[in-house]
Design a binder for this molecule. Sequence first.
Ligand code: NI
Length: 240
Amino acid sequence: MKKIFLLLIAFLLLFNNEDDTLIVSKSDDDDIKYIAFTFDDGPSRYTDELLDGLKERDVKATFFLLGCLCERYPETLKRIVREGHQIGNHGYDHRLLTRLKKDEIEFQINKTNEIIKNITGVEPEILRPAYGSYNNRVLKNIKTPIVLWSIDTMDWRYRNSKRIYRNNINKIKDGDIILFHDKFKSSIKGALMLIDELMSEDFEFLTISDLAKVKDIDLENSKEYFRFASSMLNISPSCP
Ligand code: NI
């Protein structure tokens, strides 16, 4: 008797589930997943190869740049901006900001902004501190939104495009911010392999600002962001 009762409950649950799927029908838009690929520590001698690959695929990305390398690769920096990618500040020479004095933090940020503005005419509106490392004191000195990441591809450790692909392809989901470094050739190949597969799975690649916009998030200064999930507040409560 107990068995029959349990079977009946199981049947009802199953039936209910099916009912739910009928009610919540997905529109085509729901199937698109939005993500942001970000590249740190450049520009480098490999960045142009990455830009070629992104252009071929009509994909936009975000570059967190080092001031000292922008001075070394000004033409690559101009190309990043010209081709519609977003730029962010990553400090002047990759110092750990938490170990610096106030005026040294200001130098890392302001000098980099100044170099980028002189070369491209535009200034970064977002920042990612070197090593993703910050504390309250650092936050107080950063006057823009701080963009970290939700997926570290570990490209800096693997240095192997197939491994980068294999270890990340099943982790990436809607709203993720994905970290790469365009200073390694293997990272560029790995990133492009990931893009090709993810495109076939209905992923769309946006800059950080556009990803925030799509997810209805207003970026606030001195606040840190790891990923962009759609705000639950958009769902109107329906308490009877
Ligand atoms: Ni870095």
